[in-house]
Design a protein around this ligand. Structure first.
Ligand code: GSH
Length: 230
């Protein structure tokens, strides 16, 4: 008798980059369960997310007894362990280094820059600490490099859609809405965003878990004030 296929659980926080895990599963056509956490009115994650993982940040997944956080780790785990290498690029492929670079660029360098831009956006740009100004210049440079790359190839790793897209879209779409990024100087990035957003799996995932569902999609847990006595 064949055992039923175990399903992973995605712990999704409303209006957050955990929507990329839902998107990945929709791209792969793999089944999943989802537990949704609603942000506290402060904007931070509710206390209950700390019961799932001590850092209280999303995404987190559970696969049997394994709990895994960090979206880049989660996406690699799903592609390589659960999906037989789909949307991943093999180590012996010609574009392996390109794939690795762009896969990590989104959640590493670009997310750091996006955080600084968020701080700058909420305050007076001219009056920024020099570290923030440095990172804002770095971000402009990063988008120049990305735009140049996308003038040559339709996807970051080359000619095929890969997990690198899954990692980078949130920082250049949802995050960009909140930190004042605009791509007026970067037509190839604009075309890339349109190309990727047109994917049926992306649209399904955004209907299920995307930013327009807001932070307040139906909770699994009742949330309460994270400052309240523990
Ligand atoms: N590097 C982490 C970042 C996770 C992260 O910052 N998640 C945000 C949502 S986009 C979060 O959970 N914020 C809740 C909070 O700050 O309370 C990853 O890629 O998974």
């Amino acid at each position: 008798v064949e055992e039923a296929t175990a399903m992973i659980t995605i712990y999704h926080l409303g209006l957050s980059q955990s929507d990329r895990v839902v998107w990945l599963m929709e791209e792969l056509g793999l089944p999943y369960e989802m537990e949704v956490f609603v942000r506290h009115e402060s904007g931070y994650a509710p206390r209950e997310l700390f019961d799932v993982h001590p850092l209280g940040r999303a995404p987190v997944i559970r696969d049997g007894k394994t709990i895994l956080a960090e979206s880049s780790a989660i996406v690699e785990y799903i592609c390589t362990r659960l999906a037989g290498g789909c949307l991943w690029v093999a180590a012996d492929a010609d574009n392996y280094a390109d794939f690795l670079y762009w896969f990590h660029f989104g959640p590493s360098s670009l997310s750091t820059m996006a955080s600084f831009r968020m701080i700058a956006h909420r305050q007076n740009y001219e009056n920024q600490d020099h570290i923030v100004r440095h990172w804002l210049r770095q971000m402009d440079l990063a988008f120049d490099i990305m735009d140049k790359r996308l003038a040559d190839v339709p996807y970051l790793a080359g000619h095929e859609f890969t997990a690198a897209e899954v990692m980078i879209l949130y920082p250049i779409t949802t995050w960009a809405r909140y930190n004042g990024t605009d791509f007026s100087r970067h037509p190839n990035i604009r075309a890339y965003i349109e190309r990727v957003e047109a994917r049926p799996a992306y649209r399904r995932a955004m209907d299920i878990a995307g930013p327009d569902r807001g932070a307040g999609i139906p909770p699994v847990y009742t949330m309460h004030d994270p400052e309240a006595a523990s």
